[in-house]
Design a protein around this ligand. Structure first.
Ligand code: IPD
Length: 331
């Protein structure tokens, strides 16, 4: 299988698959009664992800054209903007009536609605991209009624493609074309204790205040020995892309990913990939088993019997001493 050939598929040749009939293979009905073929939409998102991947790999990360957003660790590059522009043009041409919510074009006050909406992060892991660390992904999702129904996440450096369609499972397609259903282990081991887990965390770019204190205190407690009041997890990992962290939990490579402060575009595609792989999605904040997509607090646990998944969530919540993350509703 040649990824180059696939990625060279002309975006202009992508035809709209939106249809008001329900004769398609995987029809989904949106709140206004329209139906469309989510599997075809997934295929188109894959083509767009490959095209975006070519742009990212061709960009020279040694040329630092990045700019700061909120602070020196919150950055945007010319590539982020160019890739999002390509994705926007491609999706608008194919699906003119669908809404679009992208990291680089997000406007304060923009909110996810019930309408079919593409949620896009053109480069998740921008700091990795700037430093040449090859854990970088394009993250593309379609939501309907504010829930993700398709997710595509592609790391163009490793050529790992993670996909999911609602009700059709999640898959990883590797550089050589091998396609595997997720999780990778067909019968994942039960989760019995946080003590046995490999946990993904990120550090975010907000480095002061109560959210920072809570984040770092939980990271310390995850690692600390039991006699110091910690969970003594196997270890923690921080890879710099929340989108890929979700995929790695979906694959079963990480047992869990606990994260707050990221945005809907970082996690939307990852949420459906996780859930279609049998993973559990809760909030990073205690007590919330049904987090809002735009709520900025997430806890992903890999596929396993549900009682064990919930035990892991409750163990981490127990390390938070009743404290919670708080974020302004809008950027
Ligand atoms: C970042 C990544 C990272 C997370 C940051 C995000 P971006 O996204 O998802 O894992 O810790 O908070 O901003 O900016 O590279 O798209």
């Amino acid at each position: 299988m040649s990824f180059t050939n696939e990625s060279e598929a002309s975006i202009s040749s992508i035809s709209p698959v939106f249809t008001r009939t329900s004769t398609t293979e995987s029809p989904l009905t949106s709140p206004d009664g329209s139906s469309f073929d989510v599997k075809s939409i997934c295929s188109i998102l894959i083509q767009i992800a490959y095209r975006a991947g070519d742009m990212i790999v061709a960009a020279d990360p040694s040329v630092d054209d990045s700019d700061t957003k909120n602070n020196s660790s919150d950055r945007v590059t010319a590539t982020d903007k160019a890739v999002e522009a390509m994705i926007y043009e491609s999706l608008k041409a194919a699906f003119p009536s669908f809404d679009f919510l992208g990291e680089e074009t997000f406007k304060e006050g923009q909110k996810l609605t019930d309408a079919p909406t593409f949620v896009v992060d053109p480069v998740d892991g921008t700091l990795n991209f700037i430093h040449g660390f090859p854990n970088v992904a394009i993250s593309l999702a379609l939501t309907v009624a504010r829930k993700p129904v398709v997710g595509v996440i592609y790391n163009p450096f490793r050529r790992d493609l993670f996909t999911a369609v609602k009700g059709k499972g999640a898959h990883l397609t590797r550089f050589d074309g091998r396609k595997t259903a997720l999780p990778i282990k067909k019968t994942p081991a039960p989760l019995t204790s946080l003590n046995d887990c490999l946990v993904a965390v990120e550090w975010g770019n907000q480095r002061n205040g109560s959210n920072w204190d809570l984040r770092t205190s939980v990271h310390k407690k995850l690692l600390s020995s039991k006699d110091e009041g910690g969970a003594m997890v196997h270890s923690i990992r921080s890879n710099g892309s929340a989108a890929l962290d979700f995929c790695y939990v979906a694959a079963g490579w990480f047992d869990a990913f606990w994260e707050a402060g990221v945005w809907i575009w970082d996690v939307c595609a990852g949420c459906i990939i996780l859930q279609e792989a049998g993973g559990l999605l809760a909030s990073a904040n205690p007590g919330d088993w049904a987090p809002e997509l735009e709520g900025r607090c997430y806890f992903a646990v890999r596929g396993a019997p549900e009682d064990g998944q919930k035990k892991i969530v409750e163990e981490v919540w127990g390390l938070m001493d009743g404290k919670t993350f708080t974020y302004p509703v809008r950027k």
